[in-house]
Design a protein around this ligand. Sequence first.
Ligand SMILES: Nc1nc2c(ncn2[C@@H]2O[C@H](COP(=O)(O)OP(=O)(O)O)[C@@H](O)[C@H]2O)c(=O)[nH]1
Ligand SMILES: [Mg+2]
Length: 195
Amino acid sequence: MKITSVELEKRCRDPRDFPRFPLPEIAFAGRSNVGKSSLINTLLTRKRLVGVSATPGKTRSIDFFRINGRFRFVDLPGYGYAKVPQGVREAWKELIEAYLIDRETLVSVVWILDIRRDLTELDRMLHDWLRAYSVSYIPVCTKADKMSQRDRAKRKEALRRSLGGEAEPVLFSARTGLGKDPLWKRVRSAMSRPA
Ligand SMILES: Nc1nc2c(ncn2[C@@H]2O[C@H](COP(=O)(O)OP(=O)(O)O)[C@@H](O)[C@H]2O)c(=O)[nH]1
Ligand SMILES: [Mg+2]
């Protein structure tokens, strides 16, 4: 995919502010610090479009990026950061669920998981929503560079099985670029599927 323009269209803390003009949307979700910003930057070949941070858990907004003027990348707030007060956590849940539940322009969710970690309770909650609202998703195991080839393949298979064999995970690394082309291929194919 040739990226000719990337524009931060809107940061939303309230569902009433979500952009109205319909464009196909690919959303990105995952726990805080999983490598979501790094993955988005890698896909868009931008060094620091989306802030990569050493202090996770800050983003409380849903950010809409307009790509090539034709579709959107939607950066959902990371979940599960321990040091966040319960009230804030509830607000995040509401915002993410509000987006997933009836966003007609949503094509697919790129669901980012750390290859070294098992699913957390919040990962399972997201998975339950995706299924409950019939949202198609692409599971991604990121930070694959931290493992040997053989261990990567094992972790990928374990994740595939724990998702009930619903979807084939993509191995990814923002550090090495592993998986960038296969992930774009999955994203493009999702966007070309009739709604
Ligand atoms: N080794 C390795 N580190 C990564 C990768 N992706 C992200 N990181 C690191 O993980 C930390 C969190 O990344 P970030 O993209 O900010 O995660 P976010 O909170 O999910 O947006 C940063 O220190 C990144 O440099 C990856 O593919 N490989
Ligand atoms: Mg981030």
